[in-house]
Write a protein of this length. Sequence first.
Length: 136
Amino acid sequence: MRSVQSAVMRTRGPSLTANEQRVAFLIARGYTTTEIARELGVTANTAKTYVSTVLQFMKRRAAQEAGEAPRLTPREQQVAQLVHEGASDAQVARQLGISMRTAEDHVYRILTKLGYQSRSEITGEEGGPPSGVARP
């Protein structure tokens, strides 16, 4: 239990919301999704979403601690490269023939996977080019 709590508390980059931190604590205590829903006063679907988010977060955190680089999908690499070159979400959508919402989702996933908090980190404005981005 302590390892889950300590991993949650020492994260950098995108972090868990207060409810997600509570879910991490409940998972560590052995609560089921149904029990978590009851404890938080949310629906079962909301509890499942929280659990999924926490487990993905912990998986990424463990990979970071093990020194593993996050893996971007080929499409995420394309999007990251375009963003790194200064493209807006609208420009990414146009260039790749995808919807604006899909472009936004890709950028969000890239930020999450790389542990970044802002788009400027993808562009390299905050300390160099992003890791996991294929070079032309």
